[in-house]
Design a protein around this ligand. Structure first.
Ligand code: ATP
Ligand code: MG
Length: 311
């Protein structure tokens, strides 16, 4: 090893020790209400203070334990719930982020719902119905893998989907339809937060180049073949339209109570760490406490102890 490479290794190691997940500037990812959003200004490949995967994986493990403890209190307190929305272009890593970030949490306290093309039954109701039906109960974390936002994203990019919805012509052809849907989404999310459901929304921001690499991996690696879909490659031809509708939707619906976080998604290890940090910070801000034990219950516990000891 040359003196030069030794020095480089030392600098990298020193830098890694310096990276601390609790110092991560998560506010940088948060879209503030009423600010103009230009997605081009948001990095897809930033890794913050982390220069390689090892340090990030170590810190993700710490956050996984942190989340496990916080979720236990959320469940015991049984007053709040947390709804986490994931939206992204194909292959941006929604599934992997959900799997890794939630890996330590008690499965009984979490539900993950993947929203696909709506069924006939779902199409027979308003566009928020299926989401309302799948909200987390109090005490639980609910994850939406895709969500009600598809109704202002894919439906907007493909006008034929809207034409196929069972709606009156004056609604389908209303030029204000997207603006109205943004408004109803904001109202619905406000209603939820006023009733104890806290909300976080993530847009995993992958570059077009990285998406291509991941599709090629899905073609080349046999174990990933099943993930490949020709439809995803076709959808990619609408990339610019998607970027426009994503920017408009995020800008119109990022509110104080239900903020959007735009997370760089070209490095999966950083995406997972950043998502875990935003969720843990949110749960820590939620005034979670184990329920206090009443005097009556304390007396009951003492009595039960006596009974058990005298058995
Ligand atoms: P991956 O990232 O692994 O491809 P995915 O979330 O894209 O996962 P798929 O089964 O590939 O899952 O695709 C689900 C499809 O359903 C997406 O193309 C999405 O746009 C579409 N979809 C979801 N909600 C709606 C909706 N309300 N109307 C029309 N299409 C929808
Ligand atoms: Mg897909």
């Amino acid at each position: 090893m040359t003196v030069n490479s030794c020095f480089r290794l030392f600098v990298i190691r020193y830098w890694q020790i310096g990276a601390n997940v609790q110092d991560m500037n998560i506010e940088k990812f948060c879209v503030k209400k009423d600010t103009k959003l230009d997605l081009k200004e948001h990095s897809t490949d930033s890794t913050g203070d982390y220069t390689d995967k090892a340090g990030a994986v170590e810190d993700l493990a710490k956050n996984v334990s942190r989340l496990k403890k916080l979720q236990d209190v959320l469940y015991a307190q049984d007053i709040f719930s947390l709804l986490i929305v994931f939206q992204a272009m194909d292959a941006a890593g929604k599934d992997g982020a959900i799997e890794h970030v939630m890996s330590g949490v008690n499965p009984q306290g979490v539900s993950v719902i993947s929203f696909k093309q709506p069924s006939d039954e779902e199409l027979s109701h308003d566009f928020l119905w299926r989401c309302q039906k799948n909200l987390p109960e109090r005490g639980k974390i609910g994850i939406f893998n895709r969500s009600h936002y598809e109704e202002v994203l894919v439906v907007r990019v493909h006008p034929e989907i809207l034409q196929g919805q069972h709606l009156a012509p004056e609604i389908k052809n209303d030029k204000q339809i997207w603006k109205k849907r943004f408004g109803r989404i904001r109202d619905w999310e406000q209603h939820l937060t006023e009733n104890g459901t806290h909300i976080l929304k993530f847009f995993l921001n992958i570059s077009k180049k990285e998406q291509k690499e991941r599709f090629l991996d899905r073609i080349e690696e046999e174990e990933k073949n099943w993930k490949f879909s020709m439809g995803d490659v076709k959808e990619r031809t609408h990339w610019d339209e998607y970027m426009t509708v994503y920017a408009e939707a995020i800008e119109a619906t990022s509110t104080e109570h239900a903020p959007w976080y735009i997370i760089p998604a070209d490095r999966k290890w950083f995406t997972r760490l950043a998502v875990s940090e935003v969720i843990a910070t949110k749960l820590e801000s939620m005034d979670l406490r184990y329920p206090s034990v009443s005097d009556e219950h304390k007396a009951e516990l003492a009595e039960a102890r006596k009974l058990l000891e005298n058995e």
